[in-house]
Design a protein around this ligand. Structure first.
Ligand SMILES: Cc1cc2nc3c(=O)[nH]c(=O)nc-3n(C[C@H](O)[C@H](O)[C@H](O)COP(=O)(O)OP(=O)(O)OC[C@H]3O[C@@H](n4cnc5c(N)ncnc54)[C@H](O)[C@@H]3O)c2cc1C
Length: 438
């Protein structure tokens, strides 16, 4: 089964509707699709989008993923592009087609066979997954935060530990239960998750699931480098660590995990740590299927290498952006880090660049402007640096952190609808519990 391009309009196919791909499809739909200047198609492996930097809140239960998800079909219809549900598994560069895997329901029933979609221009924006560096036991015993499904799973596991402890008090007549949580990787994801789980532990108790008292929840943040948030400056790193320690979170730096089993984490210095819940958040890689896909140039973590125009090095009609692309700016030694900010700026760049490409004009070059990094530590506190290297912390930093998601919403829905969504959030927050407990 295949979708041919029979009309004379150029067809731009974007694979991956995440932080970057969805913003790009929305922008191109409104710029080119609406005026019939090009056919815009978005393909994603799931039916709904949730902004990935929210996943630690989904995992801890402080955000209900149903409240903030966006349906691709409805969004495409409003923004003049077409959506196809499917998982890309290959690219045929000779025929200029992408191949999608067979589609199955959650019960395993076949919904659609393998399909292919023809493209004139292809943009790959399939994001990244966790990189466990083949650590023994990591796949089997750790949860990752790569997708909404995984975040929902972690939330259920966390809740179940509380429900189990509550049920056990009836059987064992004990009020004291311990819960050990280990998070491997103290980058932004690990730090934010630790802080969010700490907050959730207090909320469980407040809502009556008090068999595990917050003091009996031991959250350990494990990092191989000598400090948390190793990619941010040392001042921010110290501020974040002090705040985490203040919350009662154990910070274990210079600790390299060697092996993980059902009950413990084992370190290369011979020590071990008991853990009921284990989360892997140390490092990323692009999805494995991208490794040398269609003989395009990829690096050791499967990212597609791109030129300053964001075209892949071996095929000018294939672009890549966001976490799955590796772009090293001129004069820099290292590629851009995988961040939502990069994906967002690349979407803005590609909107203009692809319009120029279709009009036969020369392509501009992508220039990244680092607007800083912010890490959330609680509902009242964040730390980070903005505008070059100005360190900020506290409530102002928290407000700036929260505005990042609102900017993503504005890019997708415009200012008016985002204002309505913000109002809805404020109203519903006052009416519902602060923690999802189902
Ligand atoms: C918990 C957490 C917190 C974070 N916090 C921050 C932060 O505070 N600031 C920041 O800058 N960054 C943060 N990040 C990183 C940020 O989320 C990513 O850099 C950003 O989402 C990358 O955008 P993307 O468009 O490349 O990929 P994604 O947003 O990951 O989107 C990829 C999309 O591709 C789809 N897809 C994957 N494979 C296929 C396939 N084979 N076929 C079809 N579709 C496919 C997926 O379903 C998904 O919709 C955080 C990440 C996590 C996990």
């Amino acid at each position: 089964m295949q979708l041919e391009n029979k009309n004379c309009k150029k067809r731009i196919v974007i694979v991956g509707g995440g932080a970057g791909g969805l913003e790009l499809a929305t922008r191109l739909g409104n710029r080119l699709g609406k005026k019939n200047k090009a056919e815009i198609i978005l393909v994603d492996a799931t039916l709904t989008h949730i902004w990935k930097p929210l996943l630690h809140e989904v995992a801890s239960g402080t955000l209900n993923s149903h409240d903030d998800e966006l349906n691709y079909f409805a969004h495409a219809n409003k923004n003049h592009f077409e959506f196809f549900l499917g998982k890309m598994i290959n690219i045929d560069r000779t025929e200029k087609k992408i191949q999608l895997a067979e589609l199955s329901s959650h019960l395993g029933e076949k919904i659609a066979p393998c399909r292919s979609i023809a493209y004139d221009i292809l943009v790959v924006s399939v994001g990244s997954t966790s990189n466990d560096f083949n650590t023994e036991g990591a796949k089997e015993h750790c949860v990752c935060l790569d997708s909404r499904a995984q975040a929902d799973y972690l939330q259920k596991e966390f809740l179940n530990l509380y429900l189990q402890a509550q049920a056990n008090t009836l059987i064992e007549d004990t009020q004291r239960s311990l819960l050990n949580i280990a998070i491997i990787g103290a980058g932004a994801t690990g730090v934010e998750l630790a802080a969010e789980l700490h907050f959730a532990a207090h909320q469980f108790c407040k809502y009556g699931l008090d068999s595990i008292q917050p003091d009996n929840v031991c959250i350990t943040l494990i990092e191989a480098a000598d400090r948390v948030l190793p990619v941010l400056n040392s001042k921010i790193s110290s501020l974040a660590e002090a705040e985490l320690v203040n919350m009662g979170i154990q910070v274990r730096t210079k600790s390299r995990v060697q092996k993980i089993d059902e009950t413990h984490i084992y370190f290369d210095d011979g020590t071990q740590l008991a853990a009921d819940l284990k989360v892997w958040s140390a490092g990323i890689k692009a999805p494995d299927f991208l490794n040398n896909i269609a003989e395009l140039e990829t690096n050791r973590i499967n990212q597609l290498i791109v030129k300053p125009t964001l075209q892949t090095t071996r095929d000018d009609s294939i672009f890549a952006m966001g976490d799955c692309a590796s772009y090293t700016p001129k004069g820099k030694e290292r590629p851009l880090a995988p961040r939502a900010q990069v994906a967002n700026q690349q979407a803005i760049f590609l909107e203009k660049a692809l319009a120029a490409y279709i009009a036969g004009q020369p392509l501009p070059e992508f220039v990244f402007k680092d607007k800083g990094s912010l890490v959330s530590l609680s509902d009242r506190n964040s730390v980070g640096h903005v505008m070059g290297n100005i360190n900020i912390e506290g409530f102002v930093a928290r407000l700036m952190y929260m505005s990042l998601y609102r900017f993503h919403q504005i890019a997708l829905h415009g200012l008016f609808k985002t204002s309505i969504l913000m109002l809805k959030d404020v109203l519903s927050k006052s009416a519902r519990p602060q923690l999802k407990m189902h």
